[in-house]
Design a protein around this ligand. Structure first.
Ligand code: NDP
Length: 273
């Protein structure tokens, strides 16, 4: 496993495991397979309603808590200083943990205009040692700038939609300028469509790998943190096996060239649910 050192010195596995849209019991089974396969980082969220299943799988694994990196996220309707503190307590309770490694604001939800207050609650949680790092998700240049200017702590991570059809060059550069690590959600573009791209098929043949492995390798070489999701045991193992080959500069440029600025999820400028 490779690690990314976050701006507070915490080491985060560069490749982790996502559980979006996975019901609680299935999340427990998938996380169990992922931990046995060697994943050490799990990405959940209050919204996913599977923090309990994630917690059960982590406890059953017998792996030392310090060896694991658990991320969860604050849902939009819980934004605001006091609500955030309550929502964080509820997440810890469901996970059955006394700290998380990373706590994220799920979306800026700009119409609410609460993300700065919300961030200040995350700063408090961090200062109490109940999150080893705090960060944001789906923050734009404008919303990230505002948090950096108006609060004390620079987010450790910005988790954004990022894959070969949405390469996010500007936002990656903006994150880097602030010392914020970029984490890619839907790193496989949610599978269908992107993974059928003929250019990726050609590169996969060239390297004797699958299209998913080529895409994950591209992320790793760009320096992104990645959290592919799968409920299929062979794919869970396949997605972890991306450290034994290298894309050359031409391969990287070819994949960068697939960009269409095409989202599979909502636009953070207008997503205020
Ligand atoms: P991904 O890009 O990880 O794609 C998941 C899909 O790809 C699933 O349908 C899966 O199928 C399929 N798949 C996985 N591996 C392979 C493979 N090797 N070959 C072929 N198909 C494959 O999408 P997600 O949207 O789940 O994103 C990953 C994680 O990012 C989420 O689980 C979540 O943790 C996080 N996320 C965060 C968001 C945010 O707003 N912060 C928003 C969305 C996601 P199957 O499971 O059937 O095997």
């Amino acid at each position: 496993m490779q690690y990314i050192t976050l701006n507070n010195g915490l080491r985060m596995p560069q490749l982790g495991f996502g559980v979006f849209q996975v019901p609680d019991d299935e999340a427990e089974r998938s996380v169990d397979v992922a931990l046995q396969a060697g994943y050490r980082s799990i990405d959940t969220a209050a919204l996913y309603q599977n923090e309990e299943g994630v917690g059960r799988a982590v406890r059953a694994s017998g792996i030392d808590r310090e060896e694991l990196f658990v991320t969860t996220k604050l849902w939009n309707t819980d934004q605001g200083y006091e609500n955030t503190l309550d929502a964080f307590d509820a997440s810890l309770r469901k996970l059955g943990m006394d700290y998380v490694d990373l706590y994220l604001i799920h979306w800026p939800s700009p119409a609410r205009n609460l993300y700065v207050d919300t961030w200040q609650a995350l700063e408090r949680i961090y200062s109490e040692g109940r999150a080893k790092a705090i960060g944001v998700s789906n923050f734009t240049e404008e919303t990230l700038d505002r948090v950096v200017k108006e609060t004390e702590i620079v987010p450790a991570v910005n988790q954004i939609e990022l894959h070969p059809y949405l390469t996010q060059e500007r936002m990656r550069a903006a994150d880097a300028n602030h010392g914020v690590a970029t984490e890619a959600w839907s790193p496989l573009g949610q599978g269908k469509g992107l993974l059928d791209d003929p250019t990726l098929a050609t590169l996969a043949r060239k390297h004797g790998r699958s299209p998913a492995q080529v895409v994950l390798r591209w992320h790793i070489q760009l320096g992104n943190i990645v959290i592919p999701k799968s409920v299929t045991p062979e794919r869970i193992r396949e997605n972890l096996n991306v450290f034994g080959f290298e894309l050359d500069d031409e391969d990287m440029a070819t994949i960068n060239g697939l960009n269409r600025d095409e989202r599979v999820g909502p636009d953070p400028e207008t997503f205020n649910k």
